[in-house]
Each structure stands twice: as structure tokens, then as C-alpha cells.
Design a protein around this ligand. Structure first.
Ligand code: SF4
Length: 401
């Protein structure tokens, strides 16, 4: 389990809704500046009153020892769609309200159409040291299909602006598998993205829930969303392989299912998630997780803030919508599924020390089958996904649930 401790802040506003998006995000065209300002004020109030959240999960404040913060992540939605002064105030509040570790990774997500150099300068001056850019594709046609409001040139301009301001750690998000995207288009996207030389990539295959705006149209064209997905499977596998090969050859080793980073530039914030470390989330729909060793309670506590802006607002930014205690079989499964996302895989001795039983006994059926299918490989005390297992990770994880 990680010794890191993260703070996540969710900004639920975007310039407009992308066609594939099923996150809770509100287009600025459908809300008012008053709502944006009020939500930011409530996020700030929630950060200031974080001890009452910890109390609300049933922890005895005298027993709680929050670790020093090792990472702050401002995500969304689109943080760069709201005034930089709001993000600056939030970063400042977090730094004042919590004890900071010596080196803190402070990431802000931006979209290329909204992050001006002035905006980036303000958040850099506030203490941000990492920018995650939602590029998604470097093909104008694919960006249009996805309903993204920017072009490839905007991605390059954002990278230049961030470098000019002084950011030394940039990450690019890319998505493959858009409808009608060819393998050649994806290859050109990967090559163009490599040319802008970020330190890190997050690469995802497109999945569409029936609620996503573009799902209805695709479903009509292909019979159903599922039929479109099945028709896309071979091409998704080819695009996945192409990304792995090109990124690794260019010096970005894959260290997690969707993450590739040059040496020393793994996402510290996400590494803490995958290692089941503690984190507190603020803002509509933000998730929190505190391990038992932090709270003194019987199991790890996981909860979520009011999901919609209205629900969050009704709770005056201090409302728990869902809460779970993660212990027993659920804690075992969670550890396995998160660890298998990582290149290093699951350390079975850590599992044994934590649960007092052996992973291969607790999960004997799926372990034997997945090993026989060559989707899992075992080296000494570690078990991890094979090359084929990376590709079929969803299937592998499902066997442990
Ligand atoms: S920018 Fe992200 S959160 Fe906002 S609408 Fe697009 S996909 Fe959704």
C-alpha cells in the first residue's frame, strides 16, 4: 500500500460537451457564471472544512493521522474552462489546509482550446508543476467526429505555451478507436504527438456508454452500440499494438495499462491510486479513499461527494452521496485488480503480509485458468499481465471479481 497521499479537485465545467462524454460535465453554454463561481466557492469551503468530512465517515478525529500530501490533481471537466484565478485560489487553499510533503506533484488538466499562456502562467505561479493536455487526436477529422472543440494546431500551441511558462512535465491524453478512424490516421496521431515531446502519455481505447451523445447515432448506423464495438475489435487491437510499439521505441516505457512515461515522469498521483493509497476528493462527484491505517477504522473508507452540481450545491459542498467500507474479499479483489494494471504487477508477498493468506489460494480458479491461457505470467513472487493480457485486461480483471 502506498505511503503517498493525494488531493483531487473536480471542476465539472467544460466549454461544450464532447460526443463520447458520459462524465458529469456541464457545458458553459448551459450554465451561468454565477453557478461556476458558486461551485468554486463551495469547493474552497469544502477544502477548508475537510475535517468534518472525515468525521462524517465515522472516524475519531483524535485517531486520524493524515499523511503529508504528495500530489494535488485538479481535473474535470475542464479546469482551463474556468478563470485561472479560481484554480489559483484552490491550489493555495489546499496548500494551506494540508501538510505538504517536500516535493509535491501538482497537476492541472487543460483542454487545448481554453489554456492560454496567461492562464497557464497564473496556475504555474500558484504552484502547478505538471499539465495534462486533452489532445485525444492529431487528426482534424477525428477530432471533429469526437466533437472536440480544438484542432491539432491548438495542441501544439498549448505545449509551446506551457513550455514558455516553465512547465517541465507535460502529459498528453490520446484516444484511439473513433468511428471511421483508420489505422493510418492513428499512426499519424501518435507520430505527431511524439513530435511535440511531452514527458508522458495516457492512451485510451474509445468506449461509449449508451448515454454518450454520439452513441445514438452510431447505434443507428451499426444496429447497436455493441455491434459497433464488436466490428471495431480487430482494429482496436491493431491500434493498441501500434501505440505500444511506437511509444516504447521512442523512449516512453509503458508502466500501467494506459500510461507511458519517460524515466522519472510517472504520474505520482495516479500511482498512489493504483497502490491503494489515501486521497481526499473535493468538488461534485469527487471520490475519496482513506485506508484503515489512516483512520483507525476496521476497513478502508471510500466515498463520493454529491454527484451533480445541484446535489453538491444543496449539500453546501459538504455532502457524502455514497460511502463503502472496503474490507475482506472486496479489499483483496481491489488490490489484485489495481496491482495488475501496473507493469510490475502484484507483489504476492505484500498480499500475504496484508491478508495473511496466499493470492494463489484465494484466487486459485482464475489464477490457474489465466496462467494456462498465458494472460498472466509469474516471476518469483510477482504475477503480472502478459503482452496478450494487457490487450485483454478487462477480461482478466473480470475473472477476479
Ligand atoms: S472535455 Fe472531457 S469532461 Fe468535458 S465534455 Fe469533453 S470529454 Fe467530457
Amino acid at each position: 500500500m502506498s505511503d503517498g497521499f493525494g488531493i483531487y479537485v473536480h471542476i465539472p465545467f467544460c466549454r461544450r460537451k464532447c460526443g463520447y462524454c458520459d462524465f458529469h460535465s456541464i457545458p458553459l453554454t448551459q450554465t451561468s457564471q454565477d453557478t461556476v463561481n458558486r461551485t468554486i466557492d463551495q469547493v474552497r469551503a469544502e477544502i477548508a472544512a475537510h475535517t468534518s468530512l472525515v468525521e462524517a465517515i465515522g472516524a475519531d478525529l483524535d485517531q486520524v493521522k493524515l499523511p503529508d500530501v504528495t500530489s494535488i490533481y485538479i481535473g474535470g471537466g475542464t479546469p482551463s474552462a474556468v478563470p485561472a484565478a479560481g484554480i489559483r485560489a484552490i491550489i493555495s487553499d489546499v496548500m494551506k489546509s494540508f501538510q505538504m510533503a517536500d516535493e509535491v506533484e501538482v497537476t492541472v488538466e487543460v483542454n487545448p482550446d481554453t489554456a492560454s499562456q496567461d492562464w497557464l502562467q497564473t496556475v504555474f505561479d500558484a504552484g502547478a508543476n505538471r499539465i495534462s493536455i486533452g489532445a485525444q487526436s492529431m487528426d482534424e477529422t477525428v477530432l471533429h467526429t469526437l466533437g472536440r472543440p480544438h484542432g491539432p494546431g491548438d495542441v501544439e500551441d498549448t505545449v509551446k505555451a506551457a513550455r514558455a511558462v516553465g512547465f517541465a512535465h507535460l502529459s498528453l491524453d490520446l484516444i484511439y478507436g473513433a468511428p471511421e478512424e483508420s489505422l493510418e490516421s492513428w499512426e499519424q496521431t501518435v507520430e505527431a504527438a511524439l513530435r511535440v515531446q511531452p514527458e508522458h502519455f495516457s492512451v485510451y481505447g474509445l468506449t461509449l456508454s449508451p448515454e454518450a451523445p454520439m452513441a445514438a447515432e452510431l447505434g443507428c448506423r451499426h444496429g447497436s452500440i455493441r455491434e459497433w464495438e464488436v466490428a471495431s475489435e480487430d482494429s482496436l487491437a491493431a491500434k493498441h499494438d501500434l501505440a505500444v510499439t511506437k511509444l516504447e521505441a521512442a523512449g516512453y516505457p509503458r508502466y500501467e495499462l494506459c500510461s507511458y512515461g519517460v524515466e522519472g515522469h510517472r504520474s505520482r498521483h495516479n500511482m498512489n491510486y493504483w497502490a491503494q493509497g489515501g486521497y481526499l476528493g473535493f468538488g461534485p462527484g469527487a471520490h475519496s479513499h482513506l485506508p484503515a491505517k489512516v483512520t483507525g477504522l476496521a476497513g478502508a473508507m471510500r466515498w463520493c461527494d454529491g454527484r451533480s452540481v445541484d446535489q453538491y450545491s444543496e449539500g453546501a459542498g459538504n455532502q457524502i452521496a455514497d460511502m463503502d467500507v472496503v474490507q475482506g474479499a472486496a479489499a483483496r479483489t481491489e488490490m489484485v485488480c489495481l496491482a495488475l494494471r501496473m507493469k510490475e504487477g502484484l507483489d504476492m508477498s505484500t498480499y500475504r503480509a496484508r491478508f495473511g493468506s496466499d493470492f494463489v489460494d484465494d484466487f486459485s480458479g482464475p489464477y490457474a485458468q489465466l496462467s494456462e491461457d498465458q494472460l498472466l505470467v509469474t516471476f518469483g513472487d510477482r504475477v503480472r499481465l502478459s503482452a496478450e493480457g494487457w490487450l485483454l485486461a478487462d477480461h482478466v480483471m473480470a475473472q477476479f471479481i
